[in-house]
Design a protein around this ligand. Structure first.
Ligand code: NAD
Ligand code: USQ
Length: 406
């Protein structure tokens, strides 16, 4: 297949591009490199040293003989360029990663809220609009988030996208239908993914666009077999308070002797998936497109759930790290359970990579290797969800603001 990977320079997109290229597909990365600019804005860098996208693709060619093509296009702003690229290349499938994906970044200020909404909603809408305009029947696979559901289970497992509901009719009877599971976003970023869902629902029904929406949990790990092939193919690895995600952050914190930054009691339960499985799920989704005219196919792309304080406990037991309980910068439930259905991917052959000591230690080793690149002042999460929370988050990189350390 000819596959366009939108956002293919990012943490999930790069290993996906390599994996699909290795599998024999013709790969085109479209990216505006905004994520690299955000690193500059925040004064941070990936833990792992990343080469330019041109150098990365050159090394991939030298290693494998296979080409990955790169196109510098802003999906949110360059509508005409996007449309003419799609019309000229006519890919068979499109994988859409190209959004601002950090919840804390999306909550930093009014400017960051505007940027996240403008960027994410326009990127998705421009893409759908262009597909219809040029009459391109490419299968669109989008990376959504488990956060569209919120994280409360109300005592029942979260289904894969749709919820059967029974509504009382005017004549006293009952009508049953399946609706999108009610959205319950916890940040501006997560809200944009809820808006994406509605755009997909409309374009699938109105124009027959074939869409798969993957509601992905938190991705952990860094290497895939392809990124291991050469040091310059290494994946990016975020550890800072905005872009670092919880388990990867804990592993780096352990490696540099920083207390593990648990928010509040650490009672938040979240869904997780290893980067190797994330890449594999996208491949499976590409192999199983929905029918034209059918509804959006939705998969829960996660393999296990964990409570934040349990993760901290596991990392501490492997590494000897201290655990810190910090004031929570977010407005979120202090404690929640989470049960998620993920039978669709399992049924299509996903063999989950579960959180095991071996893989965790491997990441600690990567973190130790590149620890000299870590700026400790960028570790704390200082993006407050509300004005009331902000004063609780005095910037104190070495942990003096910790409520307690165990
Ligand atoms: P990332 O920030 O590392 O990568 C996103 C890429 O998209 C970047 O290279 C960026 O430059 C590009 N991009 C952003 N806006 C663009 C635009 N307007 N035009 C062109 N390119 C643009 O993020 P990631 O961690 O790789 O996540 C990829 C996708 O997966 C996101 O949509 C995210 O919401 C979703 N996701 C990620 C995780 C996770 O834990 N990382 C979990 C669930 C879902
Ligand atoms: N947390 C801590 N300490 C930290 C960092 C986070 O306790 O140092 C807590 C947070 O308060 C939150 C949980 O860990 O309760 C998860 O935070 P996170 O930053 O790991 O994940 P999140 O903000 O939800 O976002 C990440 C990705 C996003 C993706 C989402 C999937 O950045 O792109 O959509 O995971 S999910 O969480 O399933 O919605």
């Amino acid at each position: 297949m000819k596959i366009a990977i939108l956002g293919g320079d990012g943490f999930c997109g790069w290993p996906t591009a390599l994996h699909l290229s290795a599998a024999g597909h013709e790969i085109h990365i479209l990216d505006n490199l905004s994520r690299r600019w955000i690193d500059t804005e925040l004064g941070v860098q990936s833990l792992t040293p990343m080469d330019s996208i041109q150098e990365r693709t050159r090394v991939w060619h030298a290693e494998t003989g296979r080409r990955i093509h790169f196109h510098l296009i802003d999906l949110a702003r360059d509508y005409e360029r996007l449309k003419s690229w799609l019309a000229g290349e006519r890919p068979d499938a499109i994988v859409h990663f190209a959004e601002q994906r950090a919840a804390p970044y999306s909550m930093k200020s009014d400017r960051h809220k505007n940027y996240t909404v403008d960027n994410n909603v326009n990127a998705t809408h421009n893409l759908l609009n262009a597909l219809v305009e040029i009459g391109l029947d490419a299968h669109l696979v989008h990376l959504g988030t488990m956060g569209v559901y919120g994280y409360s289970t109300v005592g029942a497992a979260i289904p894969e996208g749709y919820l059967p509901v029974t509504i009382e009719t005017a004549d006293g009877g009952a009508a049953t239908q399946e609706i999108l599971y009610p959205s319950n976003p916890g940040s501006i970023y997560h809200m944009t993914k809820c808006l994406d869902q509605l755009l997909f629902q409309f374009y699938a029904r109105n124009d027959g666009v074939r869409i798969t929406d993957l509601h992905q949990g938190i991705v952990w790990g860094t290497h895939t077999p392809e990124t291991r092939r050469h040091p310059q193919l290494v994946n990016r690895f975020d550890y800072d308070g905005d872009y670092g995600t919880v388990l990867n952050r804990f592993l780096i914190q352990a490696a540099i002797g920083y207390p593990l930054t648990v928010h509040g009691t650490g009672g938040q339960t979240r869904a997780f998936i290893h980067i190797r499985d994330s890449v594999r799920c996208i491949e499976i989704a590409l192999e199983n497109p929905p029918d034209r005219g059918g509804r959006v196919a939705i998969f829960n792309q996660m393999t296990e759930t964990h409570r934040v304080r349990d993760l901290a406990g596991i990392v501490a037991s492997i590494t000897g790290a201290r655990i810190a309980h910090l004031p929570n910068p977010r407005k979120e439930m202090a404690e929640n359970d989470l049960v998620v259905k993920n039978g669709k991917f399992l049924g299509l052959g996903l063999d989950p990579t579960l959180l095991r000591d071996g893989l965790l230690s491997e990441i600690v080793d990567v973190a130790k290797k590149f620890a000299y690149r870590v700026d400790r002042t960028r570790v704390p999460a200082v993006s407050a969800w509300t004005r009331d929370i902000a004063p609780l988050l005095d910037h104190d990189p070495e942990g003096l603001r910790l409520r307690s350390v165990s």
